[in-house]
Design a protein around this ligand. Structure first.
Ligand code: PXP
Length: 246
């Protein structure tokens, strides 16, 4: 098996821009820096409410052609139409609720199954993955539908990891890991690509690396937050230099 790919989710670079409607931070510059750091792809979630990533961001990221783009999107006609125009490297279907802070659960593929014709349109233009809970039944549905792979929702794992760190509950972490192992064994057996994402950090990633067939992790919030900590000192120094030179 080859090295596990890293997709960097840069939604929150756009979040920082959108809170002020400023020109910065520039999403394409962020992509270049991710590439320099070794990212294998850029992941963006174009939400229906456009709270962070905008259509124009997709235009610019795709035009730059530097890294493959994985587009996370809701399974609705309007988004499928956009994906058909953009033809990103891959699409990950995610559930979307307007009031949620972030994607809170995996997609129930029974919903996708009801709109098979729409799924086929999407499948004809790019590789399609489904963001699902680590549930062998959902894995089987992904295979039956014709998905290229699945991305397991690791949010519950990351919460359980935090609880275990605080000495609260070790058994929940064990349970979440067992679910992820069972589901990835099944996905690998069915020859689906196995990916994982949500809530992943430098602390909790090592615990996932032995998942069978794991080929990709998609990580956003922790990397963007870490970038602030690693870069704040330089940004302050840059401002002080401007002040003292003026
Ligand atoms: N994968 C999917 C399908 C997601 O929806 C998200 C969040 O947008 C991520 C990965 C990244 O999660 P996080 O920002 O917690 O690393």
């Amino acid at each position: 098996m080859g090295a596990i790919r890293l997709g960097v989710n840069i939604d929150h670079v756009a979040t920082l821009r959108e809170v002020r409607k400023s020109r910065y931070p520039d999403i394409v510059e962020a992509m270049f820096l991710c590439e320099r750091g070794g990212a294998d792809q850029i992941t963006v979630h174009l939400r229906e409410d456009c709270r962070h990533i905008q259509d124009e961001d997709l235009d610019r990221l795709l035009l730059s052609g530097r890294l493959p783009i994985n587009l996370e999107m809701a399974f609705v006609e309007a988004m499928v139409k956009k994906a058909k125009d953009w033809k990103p490297f891959s699409v990950t279907l995610v559930p979307e609720r307007r009031e949620e802070m972030t994607t809170e659960s995996g997609l129930d593929l029974k919903v996708v199954q009801k709109k098979e014709a729409l799924f086929k349109q999407l499948r004809q233009c790019t590789r399609v993955h489904a963001f699902i809970d680590p549930d062998p039944k959902q894995v089987k549905l992904a295979k039956d539908l014709g998905c290229d792979g699945v991305e397991f929702h690791t949010g519950p794992y990351s919460h359980a990891f935090e609880d275990a760190l605080r000495g609260r509950n070790d058994s929940a972490l064990k349970r979440e890991l067992e679910k992820l192992h069972r589901a990835s064994d099944e996905a690998d057996r069915l020859k689906l690509e196995v990916k994982a994402g949500h809530g992943l950090t430098i602390q909790n990633v090592p615990g996932l690396l032995s998942l069978k067939g794991l080929s990709e992790l998609n990580i956003g919030h922790a990397i963007v937050c870490r970038a602030l900590i690693l870069g704040l000192e330089s940004a302050v120094r840059e401002m002080k230099t401007v002040m003292s030179n003026s």
